[in-house]
Each structure stands twice: as structure tokens, then as C-alpha cells.
Design a protein around this ligand. Structure first.
Ligand SMILES: Nc1ncnc2c1ncn2[C@@H]1O[C@H](COP(=O)(O)OP(=O)(O)OP(=O)(O)O)[C@@H](O)[C@H]1O
Ligand SMILES: [Mg+2]
Length: 881
């Protein structure tokens, strides 16, 4: 915009500019009557993203582009912009245009960002929508997260970067606040971007720890304290100051931030969560096929959120695990109890988000009624829970609070089926407020009188076609057609002339019209006022509502676990502090639900801290190795979240971490090669695992050449055995690894049995002691439909067909791939090296002088280095030759 133009701006556009300057990074929704208008660049972006027409208020080439959306349907447009990562600043008229002198005052009343979006129509029903903040401070990372739709608020201190990443990946925030210095740090952002795809918003606070604590205490009371690192306090204050600046409302529903205590949860890094397919599965990362998909029978949104949290954060404290187990056991054992509880839970709406809407002032009559109906389930639920015995169910019952004085008030004050809006009346129940009743009476009386007017006037005047009507401009009128005009009585006053009729009014009609319209207006205003009082009343009990919502969520999650356990025949595991993991007849919770054409074959497992520390599991392709090792991990995880497990019997010695490296995971988007990802994950496991951990390795070393991979795999097992001591399951096709059992006391071989029937192979899926030396890869390749010619040739090669006849790979590789003999000593040495070795072996040291010996060593070295040189030359020739 040019300077000259600025001078000619209308007062309203000047007002717009001032507001826009305060929110440069948001799209400004500028309220103009019944529309939100956008101007300039905002209009261009919005018209593109929302597919709405770009217009202009003025004519001429340099007129500012603008576009608008109707006020009453703005929600959907806002949701679309926010879901694409934009921020939207909502600017409202903050005084009544009818009474305002001059330009109506406007203010930005809220900035909606991806992390502060609360419209539950567009939020995942059983999920959370987190706003996170990261505060790097004195070498560690403070992390805070809040779900403004439910009020959850947590702090956590991460001492290292990978820990920060694990938490962020688990939370999947919609938006993350970072100090702008961090955002400019390309290396830091680069690393974060590998894992985090959400909107990153710069947010700076120019204060130190003392001030941060001050901000938190100002909000949560002077006694609020948390033994958490300074960085976490900084992050907490960061989120809070951001919310205060952008949300401009009470935020009364924010919980005092609690501590995410790492000691009470099992360690689960992001790769393991993904590998075990806890909440999402398959390439599309959908819910189907995940553990949560099997477990989630929750009936409420709070229950859904709770269960998801439990799956993602299994416990490590024995007493907490046993508390949940006891509750699940009681619910499994008492079908009627469960059924009754479920019947009431079904009627409970998303109380957490309803509470959020109350705090935001966006709850209408329907939301308050939903809140009341949900809370009214508390009474009967408490009644049902009177007979429970387990500690946790009793505690839930004690925490349930029906907030009867408020639900009673809502029931008395609001009509059963309130309208969506709160400003047009029709909300307040008859008999609640005398003035409302009087005004309604006046309106009704007037309306009735007017309704009867037509027939009375027809009779009085004898005009059969006389009509009484209403329009917004002229109000009520009596319409008489031209031919009947002579019959019009004295007291009719002419109001409007149409082509073939005249419209009239009478003094009495005018009087009643004023009575109706005036009363309607006063009524709407009064009802709105009463409604706000009611909403404030609910606001004052919000913490009690939220406490109830939490308790209902836990109850729901427990019922869901019990119902799954009962239907799928799970048993209650014994969890103790020993180091034994003993599973009889264990099953994979998800695979057993999806194998359709056959029965799932259960298997036993015994792992301990001694001679059964590491299992090397070999067996044909498709036999079920990957399934089996995940099954063990999932049973342990289920046990530690307090659930029953798919097994005949299970004893689980507590695990502090489950760490997995399963399958070849590409992370091409993050710019990592397959093997790089694999090695990073293995490195992480070797650094983090402890004696108490459960390590699950599937085909580690497969991403590189066989010789390299085999060496790495072997070294990893040795390291885990000698240095770490964690319980480990290692599935592999490197049959050479079975020899480790001979000289590592904690290693045992297992394999998965198959039965050969002539040409074909039957997969038994049964785990048996001992290793195997065949992969039946060709068999699986045939099943997969590889062309017959390829299969035949592969068969020849496997049987040691003449080399080179079909070109193909270098001899050296083949030697290593196909070890000779049973023990599988890999990589036969040949060529110059073999020659040197032979000479060395045959060299009779006793007959030589030291000088001769040195000369011999010198010669050998020369041979070896000349070989390496010729290798290098060959390599160079290949590239440049
Ligand atoms: N215990 C079982 N009972 C019944 N079916 C099973 C069982 N275990 C595995 N399966 C079936 O076998 C299929 C292959 O299993 P899995 O992927 O675990 O084999 P694998 O040994 O890891 O194969 P590969 O060596 O090719 O990785 C599974 O998808 C499942 O359908
Ligand atoms: Mg496998």
C-alpha cells in the first residue's frame, strides 16, 4: 500500500490496519455485520485455501482484495485454515453497533492456532490436541504440554535430546512453541524436524526462572510447587503466557500442572512404540491392526484417552499395577456389574471437552444439558459401585461427584431441548424466572391476538380476501385488494401501496406489535443474561466436573480391559520383582484376531536373568518368528499396564524398558537410509538397556552385506550377554548365530518348527528348543508367486550349480553367503590372503633367525598390501575406466 493511499484510508480500514499489525502472523477475521472479512494478503491466502471468491469493496485497480465468510458458518472455515497450519485471529465488534457512536469498537478476542483449537466437531474424538512448548535451559530441555480442549497440563524435564524426541513423538502435538533463537538454529530444527511435523511457533519470554515460577503461581496459587527442573518451569510459564496472550479468557479449566514422572512409567522409545504397533499399524498408520484397536472398547471419550495413555505408558510400580489388576479382575468376574456400569457410561458425553467449552465461554444450552445428563449418571453409578471391593474401584466411586446442586439448577433453568444459539431466547424453562414468564406471556398474548385478527377483521369488514401479514421493514399490516378498498373501515391507516392491494394498520395492531417486538427483545436479553449466570455457576464447579471426568475415564478404561479379557480368554498375569518372564500358551493379541482361516498356535516362553537370558530364534521365513517375539513384548506390556494377557498363564518379572528393533524401517523422508536407521536404533538400545530391560531384535544386520551384518549381529549378542545382561529375544536368519549357545552361558537356541510334506512345507508355528539351518526362503518365494524360471535357477544355485553360468554376483559374496558345513564357519578365505595364511602356518619358526623371520613378515605384508592396492585400482578402474 502506498503512502498516499494510506492517507485516504477509511477510518474502518485504519482500525483494521492497527489490529492486523498486532497479529502479523495470523489471518485476521474482521467482523463486519454478519460476516468475517479478510483483506489484502490474508484475503488472497484465504480465498486460495478456502475456495472462496476474491472481491473488493472499492473499484479500481489498486483496491484492496478482500473476501469474507458468513459469521454463522465460520467454524468450518476456521477449522480448515487451522488444520492446514494457519493461525486465525478473531476480531469481534465489542460494542453494540446500534448504540455505538461513530465507528464500532473492535478487538481481537481470540487467536486460534493448531494447538489451541477447541472445536470438538473437528478434533479426534478419543484423542488429545496438544500444544507443547520446549525450553532449552542449562543443558536440559523443559517440556510442557497442555490440551486446552480438556484442561490437561503437564511438565517434564528431559535431560537429553533423544528423550525430548521420544516424548514429543508420543504426544504428537498439533503445535510446539520454541524460543525464536531455537527456531533459527538450523541444526537443532533439522534434528527436531526428523520426528516432528507439527507447526512450530516462535514464542519468547524475556524472563528467568524466578519469573517463570511467579507466572505459574499467579495462575495456580502461591502454594503451587513441583519438584521439577528449572527448564520445565520455564516451559510451563511459556505455554501459560502464550495462552494468556492468545486466548483472552478465564482458562478456568486448566489443571495445575502435574509432573510426568518418568520413574512410574516404563521406558518406551518412539521406535519401539512404532515397531510394536501400539496405537497405529501398517503402512498407513491407521488404528486397525494396532494393540489399541483390540483393546479399545471404551464408551466415552475420556475412557478412550485414558486407555490410549495406559497403552503408551505402562507402569513400573508393582502396587499401581496390582491395583489396576484387582479392579479388572473384579470387573471380569462380575458380568452384571460390568454391564450395569457400561449402560450408564454409554450415556456420558465428553465431559472434559464440555468443561473446556464452559471455560472458553463457548458452551451453549445444548452443552450445559449434555453436561447435566452426563453428570446425572454419577448417582446411579455410585449406587452400582457400592458393592465393589477393589481399592481402585472404590477410589473411583469416592471421586465421582455428581455436582447435584448445579445439575439441579440446569434442570430447573433450561428447557430440555435448547436451541443452538444463546442470544435468541427460547432457553429458559417456564416457571424458572417470573420476568421471563411475564414477557413470554406478553409476547404470546400479543401473537395470539394478532393470529385471531384476520378472521375477526374479515367478519367485521366482510372482506373475504383480507390478510394479516408481517415483514421486517413495515412490521405487521392488514392487506386489502384494490376491488375491496371501498369496504375498508374508518380506523384503518394506510401504510403501503402495492400494485393491486393496499396495506393498512390499526392503532391497536400497532400497540400490540410494539408489545410483541419489545417484549421479544427484552426476553432474549434477559434469557441470555440468565444463561450466562448459569454458565458462570458451572464454571465455579469446573474442577469437580473435571475430577469426575477423570474418574469416569479410568472406570471406562478398566471396563474395556475387563470386557476384552473376558471375551478373548485372557488371564491375570502374576507380576513380581523377579527376573523371570514365564509365559504358558501365550498368543499375539492382534495376530490372533486377524488370522482368519486358521487357529492361532499358542507358544511358551521362559526368559530369566541366568541361563535363559538370550534366545536366538531361527526358523523358516513365514514361520512366525517376528510374531512370536512381539507377542512376548506385548504380553509384558499388557501385564504392566494392569491388563490381563492372552496366555494360559504368565509370570512377569518387572521390566523397566521394552526396546525393539523390528523389521527394516526406512525413514527416507527424514533423510536416513535403511541401514542407518537400523544401526541408530541398535546403538540406542545398547546404550539404554539395563539388566531389567526386555530387548526384542528382529533380523538385526540385514540391511548390509551378509558378512558385515553377521559380524554386527554376533557382536551385538555378545555385548548384550556380557555387558548389559538384559532379557533378549533375537530372531534371525543368520543360522551361524546358533553356535553362540556353545560358549555364552546365557544364550539358548530356539526355532520354529515346520513339517516337510514332499515338495511342500507346513508351518506349525510352534517354538521348539534348538536351532535350525534352513530358511525355506524358496518355498515362501513360490508361495509369493515368483516366476517358475527364477525359482528353478535359485534352486540350482542353492544346490551349488556351476558358477558364472548366468553372470550374477561376485564370487566372494557367494562364498560368504553360503557357508560350508553345518556349524557355518562363514567367509572362507581365499586368494593372496589364503596363500599368506598357509605360508604362515607352515613357517618353521624354530629354524629361523630373528632377521629371517622379520624378512618373512615383511614379505607377507607386501603381498597383502599389494593385493589391497590392486583392489583399489580395480575399484578406480571400474569408476573411471
Ligand atoms: N502362532 C501362530 N499361529 C498362527 N499363525 C501364525 C502364528 N505366528 C505367525 N503366524 C502367521 O504367520 C505369518 C508370518 O509370521 P511372521 O511374520 O512372524 O514370520 P517370520 O518368521 O518372522 O517370517 P520372516 O522370516 O519372513 O520374517 C503371520 O502373518 C501370521 O499370519
Ligand atoms: Mg520376520
Amino acid at each position: 500500500m502506498t503512502k498516499g493511499r494510506e492517507a485516504t484510508l477509511t477510518p474502518m480500514m485504519r482500525q483494521y490496519k492497527v489490529l492486523k499489525e498486532m497479529h502479523p502472523d495470523a489471518i485476521l477475521f474482521f467482523r463486519l455485520g454478519d460476516f468475517y472479512e479478510m483483506f489484502f494478503e490474508d484475503a488472497v491466502v484465504a480465498s486460495r485455501e478456502l475456495g472462496i471468491v476474491l472481491t473488493s469493496r472499492e473499484s479500481g485497480d489498486d483496491a484492496p482484495p478482500m473476501c469474507g465468510v458468513p459469521y454463522h458458518s465460520a467454524d468450518g472455515y476456521i477449522a480448515r485454515l487451522v488444520s492446514r497450519g494457519y493461525k486465525v485471529a478473531i476480531c469481534e465488534q465489542v460494542e453494540d453497533p446500534r448504540t455505538a457512536k461513530g465507528l464500532v469498537r473492535r478487538e481481537v478476542v481470540r487467536v486460534i492456532t493448531p494447538g489451541t483449537f477447541t472445536d470438538d466437531k473437528y478434533l479426534p474424538e478419543k484423542g488429545n490436541n496438544y500444544l507443547a512448548s520446549v525450553a532449552p535451559y542449562q543443558g536440559s530441555y523443559g517440556l510442557a504440554w497442555v490440551d486446552v480442549s480438556t484442561g490437561e497440563f503437564r511438565l517434564h524435564l528431559c535431560s537429553r535430546f533423544p528423550e525430548l524426541v521420544d516424548e514429543l513423538v508420543r504426544l504428537e502435538p498439533a503445535e510446539c512453541l520454541l524460543p525464536s533463537a531455537c527456531l533459527k538454529d538450523a541444526a537443532f530444527i533439522g534434528r527436531l524436524r526428523l520426528y516432528l511435523s507439527c507447526v512450530l511457533t516462535p514464542w519468547d519470554q524475556g524472563f528467568e526462572v524466578e519469573a517463570a515460577l511467579g507466572i505459574l503461581r499467579e495462575r495456580f496459587g502461591a502454594e503451587w510447587r513441583l519438584e521439577v527442573g528449572d527448564a520445565a518451569l520455564m516451559a510451563g510459564a511459556m505455554v501459560l503466557s502464550f495462552l494468556t496472550a492468545t486466548q483472552k479468557n478465564s482458562l478456568a479449566h486448566l489443571e495445575p500442572p502435574g509432573l510426568e514422572d518418568e520413574v512410574t512409567y516404563m521406558g518406551l522409545d518412539q521406535a519401539s512404540r512404532r515397531n510394536l504397533e501400539l496405537t497405529a499399524a501398517g503402512r498407513e498408520l491407521g488404528r486397525r491392526g494396532s494393540l489399541l484397536w483390540v483393546l479399545d472398547r471404551t464408551l466415552t471419550a475420556m475412557g478412550g484417552r485414558t486407555l490410549r495413555r495406559w497403552v503408551e505408558q505402562p507402569l513400573v510400580k508393582l502396587e499401581l499395577i496390582r491395583e489396576r489388576q484387582d479392579a479388572v479382575r473384579e470387573l471380569v468376574g462380575d458380568f452384571l456389574l460390568r454391564q450395569e456400569i457400561e449402560a450408564y457410561l454409554k450415556q456420558v458425553k465428553d465431559l472434559e471437552r464440555l468443561a473446556g467449552r464452559v471455560a472458553y465461554g463457548t458452551a451453549g444450552g445444548r452443552e450445559l444439558q449434555a453436561l447435566r445428563q452426563s453428570l446425572e449418571m454419577v448417582g446411579p453409578l455410585k449406587e452400582v459401585l457400592q458393592r465393589v471391593e477393589s481399592i481402585l474401584l472404590r477410589r473411583i466411586s469416592a471421586r465421582l461427584d455428581g455436582v447435584e446442586e448445579v445439575t439441579g439448577l440446569i434442570a430447573r433453568a433450561l428447557v430440555d431441548d435448547p436451541p443452538a444459539g444463546v442470544k435468541e431466547g427460547g432457553l429458559i424453562r417456564p416457571g424458572f424466572h417470573p420476568e421471563v414468564d411475564r414477557l413470554r406471556e406478553a409476547v404470546n398474548h400479543g401473537r395470539e391476538w394478532i393470529a385471531g385478527l384476520e378472521s375477526r377483521e374479515r367478519e367485521r369488514t366482510g372482506i373475504k380476501s383480507l390478510k394479516v401479514g408481517y415483514n421486517r421493514v413495515f412490521g405487521y399490516y392488514i392487506e386489502v385488494t384494490k376491488p375491496n378498498l371501498p369496504l375498508v373501515p374508518e380506523d384503518y391507516e394506510r401504510k403501503q401501496t402495492l400494485a393491486n392491494a393496499e396495506r393498512f394498520i390499526t392503532p391497536r395492531l400497532k400497540e400490540l406489535e410494539q408489545q410483541v417486538l419489545g417484549s421479544e427483545e427484552r426476553l432474549a436479553a434477559l434469557e441470555y443474561e440468565l444463561f450466562q449466570e448459569l454458565r458462570d455457576r458451572v464454571l465455579s464447579v469446573l474442577p469437580r466436573v473435571q475430577g469426575t471426568a477423570k474418574a469416569l475415564g479410568i472406570l471406562d478404561a478398566l471396563c474395556s480391559l475387563a470386557s476384552v479379557a473376558a471375551d478373548y480368554n485372557y488371564t491375570c498375569p502374576v507380576v513380581d520383582e523377579g527376573d523371570r518372564i514365564e509365559i504358558h500358551q501365550g498368543r499375539h493379541p492382534v495376530v490372533e484376531r486377524v488370522v482368519r482361516d486358521k487357529e492361532f498356535v499358542p507358544n511358551d516362553t521362559v526368559l530369566d536373568g541366568g541361563s535363559q537370558r538370550i534366545h536366538i530364534i531361527t526358523g523358516p521365513n513365514m514361520a512366525g518368528k517376528s510374531t512370536y517375539i512381539r507377542q512376548v513384548a506385548l504380553i509384558v506390556l499388557l501385564a504392566q499396564m494392569g491388563s490381563f494377557v492372552p496366555a494360559g498363564f504368565a509370570r512377569i518379572g518387572l521390566v523397566d524398558r521394552i526396546m525393539t528393533r523390528v523389521g527394516a524401517a526406512d525413514d527416507l523422508v527424514a533423510g536416513q537410509s535403511t541401514f542407518m536407521v537400523e544401526m541408530q536404533e541398535v546403538a540406542y538400545i545398547l546404550r539404554q538397556a539395563t539388566r531389567r530391560s526386555l530387548v526384542i531384535l528382529d533380523e538385526v544386520g540385514r540391511g548390509t552385506s551378509t558378512a558385515d551384518g553377521l559380524s554386527i549381529a554376533r557382536a551385538v549378542v555378545e555385548y548384550l550377554h556380557d555387558r548389559v545382561g538384559s532379557r533378549t529375544l533375537f530372531a534371525t536368519h543368520y543360522h551361524e548365530l546358533v553356535e553362540l549357545e556353545e560358549y555364552l552361558s546365557g544364550v539358548k537356541n530356539y526355532s520354529i518348527a515346520v513339517r516337510e510334506e514332499g515338495e511342500s512345507v507346513v508351518f506349525l508355528h510352534t517354538i521348539v528348543p534348538g536351532g535350525t539351518d534352513r530358511s525355506y526362503g524358496l518355498h515362501v518365494a513360490r508361495l509369493a508367486g515368483l516366476p517358475e524360471e527364477v525359482l528353478r535357477r535359485a534352486g540350482e544355485l542353492l544346490d551349488g550349480a556351476p558358477r558364472g553360468s548366468q553372470g550374477g554376483r561376485k564370487e566372494e559374496d557367494r562364498e560368504v553367503d553360503r557357508p560350508e558345513g553345518t556349524g557355518g564357519k562363514s567367509g572362507r578365505i581365499k586368494g593372496v590372503e589364503a596363500e599368506v595364511l598357509r605360508e604362515l602356518e607352515e613357517y618353521n619358526l624354530m629354524t629361523k633367525t630373528p632377521l629371517e623371520a622379520m624378512q618373512a613378515i615383511f614379505n607377507w605384508q607386501k603381498k597383502l598390501s599389494s593385493r589391497r592396492r590392486s583392489d583399489r585400482q580395480e575399484y578406480q578402474l571400474r569408476w573411471w575406466g
